[in-house]
Design a protein around this ligand. Structure first.
Ligand code: PLP
Length: 400
């Protein structure tokens, strides 16, 4: 069993605040090691990367590149498969903005009904530009992907591109992405997996996953905001046109033309978020520390406990796949507006998210305006859940 007290003690937020923080799908709290790494960088190592020849600049470049290697090891890929971005949204936009030449009018692009707007709206824009058509993998009434229909859809539609989330931010469902990606690859589709939610909980092996692209955000993995990554095999990166131009990504420049660098360097124009990347390195150390060995089983038990407690309350409707889940509970109470319930919870110091969770089409399919979302992480305790349930019962007394 994971030592929840020991984990929690690494997060200063919990000693400074009485909030019961259950909004980890939005962003995670930061362990002391991440905060220290950020401060240490600005106190002692501040220099730009990849340009100066000074000892200071070389050391900083080395520290920065070591994090690329660390993330590569974490995901079982090679460092040159990582392009730093400012988050998952930018990583998806990078691909969408650079892939036009492979998309023709009437081509089909497939997403799932569970996508965050970040993995939906950019593809809509691509369809507008190219004349391609967007099709959506279906879910059932609880919000669970219909895998048989989805696989059939992929093999019969033969899409040019399939972009699916690894785990739903709104409902927590873990999607069978290996099956989806294999089906997509069988019809030679280009594939992208949105790992923004999954990366914190599942530590996927991206070497064995046959996807062209995988995206993540550091701030949902205990790291700083403003850092993310596009992870892609070299032949997949080669599919993309250049995204942004300027310093750093060039080999040679004259007034009449420029030559760009090859591989991942071609996509990293300008000064990156150096402090953020270094802070992310500390977050990866935390994620891979011995204390976190049993993270997944702990979060699974805490999730089961949470849904058991909620099921005992008459009038609660739970959404999503309750069997395969990263630890995110989405629910409503009777016909009460999600915002009313969340506001009452907030008054008791319980931090949850309410609303459509940037998945408006999904909420429409579920027939609700929104839900209340409790998204768990390793530092949440059983006591947190008891306090949440107590506050929810109080809220219900007021609402009934
Ligand atoms: C599944 C999913 N994809 C993409 C994003 C976008 O991430 P970011 O805002 O960090 O770019 C989020 C953010 O909540 C998400 O949950």
């Amino acid at each position: 069993m994971l030592d929840n007290h020991e984990i929690r003690s690494q997060f200063p937020f919990f000693s400074h605040s009485d909030f019961i923080y259950l909004d980890n799908g939005a962003t995670t709290q930061k362990p002391q090691c991440v905060i220290d790494a950020l401060c240490h960088f600005y106190n002692f190592n501040n220099a730009n990367v990849h340009r100066g020849v000074s000892q200071l600049a070389s050391n900083t470049t080395q520290m920065y590149e070591q994090v690329r290697s660390k993330l590569a090891t974490h995901c079982a890929v090679k460092p040159d498969q990582i392009v730093w971005t400012k988050g998952a949204t930018e990583a998806i936009n990078l691909v969408v903005s650079s892939i036009d030449k492979h998309i023709e009018p009437n081509d089909i692009i497939v997403v799932s009904a569970l996508e965050h707007h970040a993995n939906l709206v950019p593809w809509q824009e691509l369809c507008k530009r190219t004349g391609a058509e967007l099709r959506v993998l279906p879910i059932n009434q609880q919000g669970v992907l219909n895998i048989t229909a989805s696989l059939n859809m992929i093999s019969s539609l033969k899409p040019k591109l399939v972009a699916v989330t690894h785990a739903s931010n709104a409902l927590g469902n873990i999607l069978p992405i290996e099956q989806l990606i294999d089906a997509a690859k069988n019809v030679n589709a280009i594939t992208l997996v949105d790992g923004a939610q999954a990366m914190q909980h599942l530590k996927p092996n991206l070497d064995t996953l046959n996807s062209d692209f995988y995206v993540l955000s550091a701030h949902k993995m205990f790291g700083p905001t403003g850092v993310g990554a596009l992870i892609a095999k070299p032949h997949s990166l080669a599919l993309l046109d250049t995204y942004q131009t300027g310093g750093e990504m060039i080999e040679q420049v004259s007034f009449s033309s420029s030559q760009y660098r090859q591989g991942n360097a071609r996509f990293e124009a300008g000064t990156p978020n150096i402090a953020g990347v270094i802070g992310f390195g500390a977050a990866l150390d935390f994620l891979n520390s011995e204390a976190m060995n049993l993270q997944r089983s702990y979060e699974e038990s805490l999730y089961q406990y949470t849904i058991e407690q909620l099921k005992k309350i008459d009038g609660v409707t739970l959404y999503g796949d309750l069997e395969n889940n990263i630890g995110t509970v989405s629910f409503n109470y009777k016909d009460e507006h999600h915002l009313d319930v969340a506001t009452l919870l907030d008054q008791s110091g319980i931090v949850v998210r309410s609303g459509n969770h940037c998945t408006q089409p999904l909420m429409n399919l579920l027939g609700v305006a929104g839900t209340i979302r409790v998204s768990l992480s390793c530092y949440n305790s059983y006591e947190d859940i008891d306090k949440f349930i107590f506050a929810l019962k109080q809220a219900i007394e007021l609402l009934d």
